[in-house]
Design a protein. Structure first.
Ligand SMILES: *Cc1c(COP(=O)(O)O)cnc(C)c1O
Length: 394
């Protein structure tokens, strides 16, 4: 493969920091994790940041922290990586899928209100592919109904939203909690890893309990105590720890992030130019109040062309991926409970489709993600553009 879809930026700086932590003798949820949390909170502008083992773990912890459980409904999108919907199921709540905007693939705020019932416990929005959701609209609707908003910011580290007359980073947070992923497909990677941010001390304390078996004192506090400390396990928690080895990588990645975001914004701008006159394709659109980190650059093709275009590009050595999946169409959701805005059973919601999730399904079936990575050259981008043009019209 000449051109991969993505490639993480990792080098000797990370390797050196990993060696330092290994030699220190403290390798999990210790001082390095604390430093990473403080630096991450500072970067996004949040009061608290709590590191965990993945964004999936972060989403689970976030839902438990706001007491989502059996009998509750969580309004979210089907059109996301499956971890978003799965986290709702882990908590025992019912996912209520709302359709997305036909262009940017984010939750359509105008459809949220109809999905709210007396059982709605949270609205879980996704900043899909790094493009911020319309948080002003979402927070207005959620605020009027008194429902907490959780942000799945897995892809959106370094993205910005214009709120209250200023550019603010995703994760400040704008809802009550924002969750991030540090998987290698995201802009900041620790191999695997995740982070929760919040401004509420009580929520942050809850995250720390849940990620560490419900244990009442941290390992570090116990280690440093001058008197014997006996811990208690105050509730059923999990092992969702991030290691200090991962945190050391994350700290280097965080320092490099502004540069990585800037580079991706330039790559996206160049794709806009190169693809502007290709007939029949839809380019991603950045609203005037959003600055995407362009975790993914995804274009919409005419119906029925996705697979053949991907195959043709593959044959010229260019990797692509189909559009974001839809959880409701996967076998795992065939028997798992979920509903759309019309209520269970009333619209024939099922694996073959849901007539209320038309934009979600269409985006999955017609979008493709193009290669974007830090070291990509202008020649690489021109090759992608001409391969795409050839695949569609050649
Ligand atoms: C990647 C991703 C996740 C899962 O993140 P992990 O860190 O791999 O658990 C969740 N939601 C979205 C939208 C993602 O893109």
């Amino acid at each position: 493969m000449q051109l991969p879809l993505a490639r993480p930026v990792l080098n000797e700086l990370e390797a050196k920091e990993v060696a330092r932590v290994i030699r220190s003798g403290w390798v999990t949820q210790g001082p390095e994790v604390e430093e990473f949390e403080a630096e991450f909170a500072g970067f996004v502008g949040a009061r608290h940041a709590c590191a965990v083992s993945s964004c999936t773990a972060a989403l689970h912890v976030a839902l438990l922290a706001i007491d989502a459980g059996p009998g509750d409904e969580v309004i979210t999108v089907s059109h996301s990586f499956i971890a978003t919907a799965n986290a709702v199921r882990y908590a025992g709540a019912l996912p209520v899928f709302v359709d997305v905007d036909p262009v940017n693939g984010n939750i359509d705020p105008s459809q949220i209100k109809d999905a709210i019932t007396s059982r709605t416990r949270a609205i879980l929005v996704v900043h899909q592919l790094g493009m911020p959701c319309d948080m002003n609209a979402i927070l207005g609707i959620a605020g009027a109904a008194g429902i907490p908003v959780i942000e799945d910011g897995a892809c959106a580290v370094g993205s910005e939203i214009f709120v209250a007359n200023a550019w603010q980073r995703v994760g400040r947070p704008h809802g009550r909690i924002c969750c991030f992923s540090f998987h290698p497909r995201k802009l900041l990677t620790t191999g695997d890893g995740g982070m929760l941010t919040t401004d509420e001390p009580a929520l942050d304390r809850k995250f720390r309990l849940l990620r560490h078996h419900g244990m009442s004192v941290s390992d570090r506090a116990r280690h440093e105590a001058r008197t014997v400390v006996l811990e208690e396990y105050v509730e059923i928690g999990f092992n969702y720890r991030l290691t200090d080895i991962q945190a050391a990588v994350g700290r280097v990645q965080l320092r490099r992030l502004p540069q990585v975001v800037e580079r991706r914004r330039a790559l996206a701008a160049r794709y806009h130019e190169l693809l502007a006159d290709v007939p029949g394709i839809g380019l991603p659109v950045e609203p005037h109040w959003a600055r995407s980190n362009w975790q993914t650059y995804s274009v919409r093709l005419p119906a029925g062309r996705q697979r053949a275009v991907m195959q043709s590009m593959l044959e010229t050595g260019i990797a692509t991926r189909r559009g974001v999946m839809c959880a409701h169409r996967e076998p795992a959701y065939r028997n798992a409970p979920w509903r759309c805005v019309e209520g269970p059973g009333s619209c024939g919601c099922g694996p073959t489709g849901c007539r209320r999730l038309v934009n979600s399904e269409r985006l999955q079936d017609t979008s493709i993600a193009l290669p974007v990575f830090h070291e990509m050259t202008d020649e690489d981008q021109r090759n992608v553009a001409s391969a795409l043009r050839g695949a569609l019209h050649g």
